[in-house]
Design a protein around this ligand. Structure first.
Ligand code: AMP
Length: 355
């Protein structure tokens, strides 16, 4: 593709912190960003050149948005498929609406990866209590029932210790289409962030080692404490997925490590929380590389500059901003959210120990 020249406008669907950090990186390269979000006073809108506040189903607003930008990308992947299709008919969209369709659905993404082939935990699509009971009989317990769509940060999940928990788990998810996954007794969780350009050039960050609290990412560290064999498998799987999807932009791939084996968990068709450390800890950040990739610019170097730790500031953690800054090595990022509700990602802090 012909590179989009600086001065062009990038449309971003979603107004959260990922959009905010994308818009900041885009501004450094001389681009303008136009945010599309249903939310008032969104973190991304504070740093963008323009914002449209409208529903993802508002065709008039979407058409106006599409005609005012040179390309559209996402910071939030759970937009309706019809929204992505409408935009794709009017302007360039990256990653593509097809990729979005795969990544929005936990069954489709696992089918896709399993067919590559890539290792995935045992899983079954379930659409009724009877199907759930049959799936538990096949896969065994313990297991995890997850909604096929719209799940994030451990939401929309129910754990089954034994087959006797089926009815309770099915009721907890309120009968929406779901996926049952065998419980993986993992030693670690890692992610690899791949960036891929229109011409197929690829680079990656990671593996990153991630710890979660209550299903929400708490800490990311690089380098991950994994064997060279695990690193090779994790990177190869993530790159294979990006290539097979003909992906453009940054793709986050989350995996479980069991012994010397890597199992796919899920992918996010956007910049990823486990890559926030790249702003200070890599030569070129995931945010800048996403912008470079979608705009058809050469990809930047993804090398790390040392040992890095990123801590998410959840809810009231962010009220400690003054204390956190008393460590001169701390790089603090706050997302401009007014209300520090429990479980809400308010900011993050990064520590880099240079090589
Ligand atoms: P997810 O939203 O699918 O990434 O799930 C949130 C968290 O739940 C993961 O980061 C894991 O810690 C845990 N989890 C999800 N799926 C499984 C699984 N099949 N086996 C064990 N733990 C899981």
């Amino acid at each position: 593709m012909t590179p989009l020249p600086p001065g062009s406008t990038i449309g971003i669907l979603g107004g959260g912190q990922l959009g905010r950090m994308l818009a900041l990186a885009a501004a450094e390269l001389g681009y303008r960003c136009h945010i599309y979000t249903p939310e008032h006073d969104s973190p991304a809108s504070h740093v963008a050149a323009a914002t449209t506040i409208a529903a993802y189903e508002d065709e008039t607003a979407l058409t106006g948005f599409a005609t005012s930008v040179d390309i559209v990308t996402y910071e939030f992947e759970n937009v309706p498929a019809a929204t992505a299709a409408l935009l794709a008919g009017l302007t360039l969209v990256a990653p593509s609406a097809t990729v979005l369709g795969v990544a929005q659905d936990r069954v489709r993404e696992k089918d896709f990866v399993a067919a590559l082939p890539g290792s995935v935990p045992p899983y079954r699509a379930v659409a009724s209590l009877a199907e759930l009971e049959a799936a538990v009989a096949e896969i065994g317990a313990p297991a995890i029932l997850k909604t096929r769509r719209m799940g994030y940060d451990g939401k929309g999940q129910a754990r089954l210790k034994t087959a006797a928990d089926c009815a309770e788990a099915w009721a907890a998810l309120r009968g929406v289409p779901a996926i049952l996954e065998g419980f993986v007794p993992f030693e670690r969780e890692v992610s690899v962030l791949v960036v891929r350009g229109w011409n197929g050039d690829m680079a990656h960050y990671g593996p990153v080692e991630n710890s979660h609290d209550d299903g929400i990412l708490s800490v990311s560290r690089v380098p991950a404490t994994v064997s060279p064999a695990v690193t090779e498998q994790a990177v190869a799987l993530a790159r294979r997925i990006a290539g097979a999807l003909d992906y453009v932009g940054v793709l986050g791939v989350e995996m479980f490590v069991v012994g010397d084996t890597v199992l796919f968990n899920e992918m996010a068709p956007r910049v990823h929380n486990s890559g926030h450390w790249t702003t200070e800890g890599a030569v070129v950040s995931q945010f800048e590389n996403h912008i470079r990739a979608i705009c058809g610019l050469p990809l930047g170097c993804t090398d790390t500059v040392g040992r890095v730790e990123m801590r998410n500031l959840i809810g009231e953690d962010a009220l400690r901003w003054h204390d956190l800054l008393s460590d001169p090595q701390a790089r603090l990022h706050l997302y401009g959210k007014a209300d520090a509700r429990p479980g809400r990602k308010m900011g993050h802090v990064t520590y880099v120990q240079r090589d």
